[in-house]
Design a protein around this ligand. Structure first.
Ligand SMILES: [Zn+2]
Length: 81
């Protein structure tokens, strides 16, 4: 049996993907929250503002925006590294 290491918490798991089932569930909830927010409010001016309004950490927001095409319009609020 092949195991993957969760990129979030480091747990080993046997499902496909980068995240263990635990982290994947948490991500799904947060992504839904983010989607809901974007449906109801205009694009925020900064990542901090979005984080404050959604309760999602800037680190997670960064990850969702970078990994998910449906949030590509949020690229403008990510600070350039
Ligand atoms: Zn995990």
């Amino acid at each position: 049996m092949e195991f993957n290491k969760c990129s979030q918490c480091g747990t080993f798991f046997s499902n496909p993907g980068k995240l263990c089932p635990n982290c994947a569930t948490k991500d799904t909830v947060k992504i839904q929250k983010l989607e809901n927010y974007l449906e109801n409010y205009s694009t925020p001016n900064s990542l901090e503002e979005l984080s404050y309004n959604t309760g999602i950490s800037p680190k997670d927001l960064n990850r969702y925006i970078n990994n998910n095409n449906k949030f590509s319009n949020l690229n403008t609020i990510i600070p350039n590294l």
